[in-house]
Design a protein. Structure first.
Length: 492
């Protein structure tokens, strides 16, 4: 290296040190400063790569810059920074260093967000193995890695594998830190979410309550994490049809978040959206629309108009318009949401499948079956590829396509798909799950429209039994099934 090159490199390393010192931890409260400095940070990261600067400050700057970019949904820009961060960490720290495990975990999280589950799993497992080698299998960091891998498996519908890892994570935290320690609250919350996925609402509620109690004890009732726990509990109440309890918890969570984080925080937007959904299913459309617009405005202001959360906000507003038969207002929102998601996440992400499905439902409701069918089929194909043929979301796609075939009078094709959907739901979710009851009811409805009342009756009855057991006699879905059964009985 010439003297000139050496001097240039020294200047570059000093620049790395200055920018790293100036660029804050990319927490939400620092996002304004991050945005002011992001171009300088990116340019400096480019110099790190070009000049092969391998220092701890270079590692930190690459990591913080990548993290901020990922939060702003700029995944393609974040990935090379995370990859270079990992490469430097492996060279200067040793491949089995705990910080290398942390770098692997961050890259895995990035792939997870993008729906690249195979790459994410590989990195999560590598991160876990390094941590176990370096720290032992009872260290709290192991519990954190187990929890992250469990979240991936839950998303993929591997619920039993996820449950096992959540329980291991909780056991490590409880043994090393104590049963009431703050770190226990997060895996407890995630385990409760899993039980909710499975329709095990009593177990879910008990665990949500335990997680909430820990957070209140350690952080206080006005902390944002306490608000998140209240939000999750409210979601459970909404699923159970306990709308008054859900509304109370949603409103409390929203109030805490607005006070602690400010009215323009993404978590506030989430609370507004969740409360709007509660109002939507109660036909309180005016209140729901106001909240939907507020939530969307926050996401656009804070995250930018091309962020996946903005796409979610657009989709949710479109759902509300669809419910009100405002189809001309709903369709452009669905399409704009789909474009944002395809640009940010690629055309094979599970979120694309959901967006396609929702647009197909809009067409189905208008009896535009020719437009709906290819969207349902594309949604199904994405879910089968990204999530697997036995995932609950795949079952939902099969169910929706079956309902389309029923409407078109293609009863044999509809029956085959309903049976496939039902089999997946029973196998993955258990026979006492509301989604299983929905499949039974839909299959019964298929037989009903064909005049096969004898075949329909036991399915309606079984569906009603599950609904009453899991959701209670007064839940709206229970009432729908009961009415369907009574309609059938009147014809016998």
């Amino acid at each position: 290296m010439t003297n000139r090159e050496s001097a240039w490199r020294e200047r570059a390393e000093r620049l790395v040190n200055r920018v790293n010192e100036a660029f804050p931890r990319p927490e939400f409260k620092n996002w304004d400063l991050c945005e002011e400095l992001i171009l300088s940070a990116i340019a400096t990261c480019e110099q790190i790569v070009k000049l092969e600067i391998e220092t701890e400050n270079a590692i930190w700057l690459l990591n913080h810059t990548g993290y901020y970019l990922s939060k702003k949904s700029k995944y393609k820009q974040a990935e090379p920074l995370y990859l270079h961060n990992l490469a430097i960490s492996e060279r200067i720290l040793d491949k089995n260093h705990p910080d290398v495990a942390s770098s692997l975990n961050n890259l895995a999280e990035l792939y997870y967000i993008q729906g690249k589950y195979v790459q994410a799993e590989t990195l999560f497992i590598r991160s876990l193995e390094i941590s176990e080698t370096a720290l032992g299998d009872k260290h709290p960091d192991i519990a954190s890695s187990l929890n992250n891998l469990a979240e991936l498996y839950r998303t993929q519908g591997h619920l039993n594998r996820a449950k096992s890892l959540y329980l291991r994570s909780i056991a490590i935290y409880e043994k090393t830190l104590g049963e009431g320690h703050l770190d226990v609250a997060n895996p407890l919350n995630n385990l409760a979410n899993l039980y909710q996925d499975q329709g095990e609402y009593k177990q879910a509620e008990a665990i949500f309550q335990r997680s909430l109690a820990i957070l209140k004890t350690f952080l206080g009732k006005d902390h944002p994490d306490t608000a998140s726990s209240l939000n999750n509990l409210a979601e459970l109440y909404r699923a159970k049809g306990k709308y008054k309890q859900a509304e109370s918890s949603f409103l409390l969570s929203l109030a805490i978040r607005e006070k602690a984080l400010g009215k323009d925080h993404p978590d506030v937007a989430q609370s507004l959206s969740n409360l709007a959904e509660l109002y939507r299913i109660q036909d309180r459309c005016g209140e729901a629309e106001t909240l939907r617009h507020r939530s969307l405005a926050i996401y656009e202001k804070v995250l930018g108009k091309d962020h996946p959360d903005v796409a979610l906000g657009l989709n949710n507003l479109a759902e509300l318009y669809r419910d009100q038969h405002k189809n001309s207002e709903a369709e452009p929102l669905y399409r704009r949401s789909l474009v944002i998601l395809e640009t940010a996440l690629g055309k094979k992400h599970p979120s694309i499948a959901s967006s396609l499905n929702n647009l197909a439902v809009l067409y189905y409701d208008q009896r535009k079956y020719t437009e709906a069918e290819p969207l349902y089929r594309r949604s199904l194909a994405i879910r089968e590829q990204a999530l697997g043929k036995d995932h609950p979301d795949t079952a939902s796609s099969l169910n929706n396509l079956a309902e389309l075939y029923r409407a078109k009078g293609k009863y044999k094709q509809a029956e085959s798909l309903h049976h496939r959907s039902l089999a997946i739901r029973e196998r993955i979710l258990g026979k006492d799950h509301p989604d299983v009851a929905a499949s039974l009811n839909n299959l019964a409805g298929l037989y009903y429209v064909q005049g096969k009342y004898v075949k329909a009756k036991p399915l309606y009855q079984l569906s009603l039994d599950v609904m009453e057991k899991v959701l209670g006699d007064e839940h709206p879905n229970t009432k729908i099934v009961r009415n369907d059964l009574q309609r059938l009985l009147a014809r016998l």
